[in-house]
Design a protein around this ligand. Sequence first.
Ligand SMILES: [Zn+2]
Ligand SMILES: [Zn+2]
Ligand SMILES: [Zn+2]
Length: 297
Amino acid sequence: MEQEVKVTILGTAQDAGIPQAGCSCERCLNAHNHLNLRKYPVSIGIEGIDGSKHLIEITKNLSEQLKIWSGDEKRDEVYLPDTVTITHLHLGHIEGIGQFGKPVMNLENLPVYLSSENKLILEERNDIQLMIKEENIKLISQRYNKEFQPKNDCGFTLELIPIPHRSELGNTAAIRIKGTRKTLLFLPDQDSWDKTLDSFSMNSIRELLIFRGVDIAWIDGTFWNLEELPGRELSEIPHPTIEESLHLLGRKHTGDPEISFIHLNHSNPANDIDSEERKMIESYGWGLCKRKDIVSL
Ligand SMILES: [Zn+2]
Ligand SMILES: [Zn+2]
Ligand SMILES: [Zn+2]
């Protein structure tokens, strides 16, 4: 059998995870009381055809996520990443980076791939400088829109694709993962479909995904709609809502890519298993990313 590239979902929540620190909402309180309702910030793990391990994003729940990645059957093993790639520098996507250093994992020259602008910004942090000096990590910049192999013979390529998203702290990428058979687009954060589609001169989400040869897309599902954010204008919400994405996408047609939402905020009712919102997403033929789910590329 041809060896496959395997992608495991390690976290599906917005940067804060659920429960969010200091939040007394019902969803967060339930998650405090029931471990199975906890959600980790967005992250995925890719296993190459050579067995090498490539982590996307470094969250505060790195410890649990590396264990989830190694699978339930491997009780006596926790995976270690051979490389890491990050989409952008917002808190939840890099919060765990300190764990690669001496006080915790004390790794040896772990390659961390990121855009050149983000590399310059991250290198200004004293704690990052220390980890580079102690040879725990090495930051490696990658050009946008250029495929690269995170490791020779891993059997897949990554490509950073520029995405308009609050740029007060570096810039933001989606990651296109091209395996031996299929291509996945990981797009956890964006400001709006208008801006993203404009930046590619595309008219629709479908057109963009088909143009980039995407079979599976995991897209920004931070908010369900404006009702969870009382008193805020749509124009100042830095993410498209799921309602808007459903409106733009319509129902799934034969031959469409598989699209699922990821990066859900604690306020998003689609977090709840039996919610009407979740049923509506499914009735359109789309899905929600689930921790531990694995796809082969
Ligand atoms: Zn985020
Ligand atoms: Zn909450
Ligand atoms: Zn962000």
